[in-house]
Design a protein around this ligand. Sequence first.
Ligand code: MSP
Length: 506
Amino acid sequence: MTKKFYITTPLYYVNASPHIGHSYTNIAADCLARYMRKTQGEQNVWLLTGTDEHGQKIQKAAQEASLSPQEFTDKMVVQFKNLWETLNISYNDFIRTTEQRHITFVQKVLELLYKKGDIYQAKYEGWYCVPCETFWTEMQVKDQICPDCKRPLERITEINYFFKLSAYQNWLMEYIKSHDDFIRPLNRRQEVLSFLELNRLTDLCISRPKERLSWGIPLPFSQEHVTYVWFDALINYISAVGEFDGKDNYSSRWWPADLHLIGKDILRQHAIYWPIMLHALNIEPPKTIFAHGWWLIGESKMSKSRGNAVSPYDMVNTYGIDVYRYFLLRDVPFGLDGNFSEEAIIKRFNSDLANDLGNLVYRTLTMIEKYFQGDIPKLDIKKIKYDIQGGQIKDKIERLPIEIRTFLQGGFDFNFGSALEKIWELINMANKYIEDTKPWNLLKENKTDELKEFICVLVEVIRKVADEISPFMPNTAKSILEQIGKDTIKKGNPLFPRIDNLTPNT
Ligand code: MSP
């Protein structure tokens, strides 16, 4: 089997500008993709992101902006692309659900499922939440209020098309039970299983009458309907990377996806609708669906509709791109919710980045400048006579890639924070080495060989750190390697000058 790693992000709704929550998923996905490219080979990794552009939410936002939906989405998509460029998101493909390649593919899926009898027509009568675009049964509704968003529901009666979710409930439960890594982390897997154990799935309404919503992919078998936005959007994960052959078999270099990275808010669609859709199409489910937690402001989820969204640009302009990436990946264990605050960024900045990493690089460069006129001492690494601390550092350098792999590849819980902690252990060992060795004394006592060896160990540490932080902080890694060249140094300004008098806005 060929080695490959296909990772996806959700497709973001383009009704509003992206905020920190959206950038979180893409930074995590980018970090993993970079890590996998580094360890498995550039050509074996595919990172897909994009935008979800159909549905009522978008149609309404376009109306409010006095633009056609197409003009509106064309304008909004630029904001997402620009942000990903600013944040160094190294995606291989960006799919918009309004692209012809996707529309044609979705219509093919609809036709196949309709022909198979997995999609059927029926009269629908019941409750509908306009903002969530979700139907609710009599049993699920109390006081005519949406169980999810708590806004008033509308009573509707209409002819629609339904997808036979209910026929596959047992299959799905068995599948989840026999695949430990399918839904992660484990508490989310349990959440989905309990839901399936306690509820009978009802069939999914996958159409919207055109008179109510015109902005969607037309159903190939009905002039009067367009496709429900979730049914359309999920299909992107296969439409972007493969095709059906003449016998309606799907083939792709990348499928099944190795990892769908999502927020916990969209777990049900990904862990219930999506695998059933794939199974009905005779396509393998993705290997892992990982749902991360939310960034909160105080007690509430950060979101545009709650009016508490923080712009990633503000953070990047104040603290820098890599500081922002580092903070999001380091501060909160992946999978849990976290509180967003600028105080927390400043704290991380001053301790981990300025004091630990920045200092190590700056002090080492200063010593090379002072003791060796900017030339990195040349020694055969194999011949260095390590003292005790130097030896421990050498062992740690060798161990580090394995430690990182445990957290980024083993166990499937993608513990970015712990991987970074392991890198910081090395940084801190090196800083302590400087303090304990007191190199200025070596110079005074004319112990040139020891001094050279000591500097060589530090240079090795810094090169290793630069290499290992590159998936997390690509610009910083580059800048460190530019300053510590092959033979000489090019000392720049400190990487992270301490922040002492900044008043946070959040
Ligand atoms: N369009 C759908 C997804 C379709 S995928 C086929 C959607 N879009 S969204 O723009 O509303 O949100 C997408 C994702 O943004 C969430 O799942 C999550 O990954 C991320 N986040 C949005 N707000 C967030 C936080 N406050 N915190 C962390 N991530 C959050 O749902």
